[in-house]
Ligand binder design. Sequence first.
Ligand SMILES: [Zn+2]
Length: 108
Amino acid sequence: MGSPVKALIYCDRCADQIVSKDDLVTVLQWPGLVGAFHVRCYGERARGGNPARTPLNSQAVIWLMIVFSLLCLGGFLFYTPSLVWIILALIIPMLRLSSWLLIERKIS
Ligand SMILES: [Zn+2]
């Protein structure tokens, strides 16, 4: 109702439109940075010999982000107060953010 027209997101495997966030898996890939798949297509792709990559929009990535940030904070506090730790800690959140910016926010 009056919402702006969303950009269409197509599955990188079967080229059909992805209409629901529940049916969306985003993974890190080149050259487009973030690839979008149907849940079903992601499963079939993972089985078809391609190495299964961790979906960016999964719970696992949230945990990875927390654990990795804590490790980097530890390195910063107890090893050496270097900017490198901050940059390392930001990598996963940045990837998560690009997944959202490029794909997820376009699907209502
Ligand atoms: Zn598909």
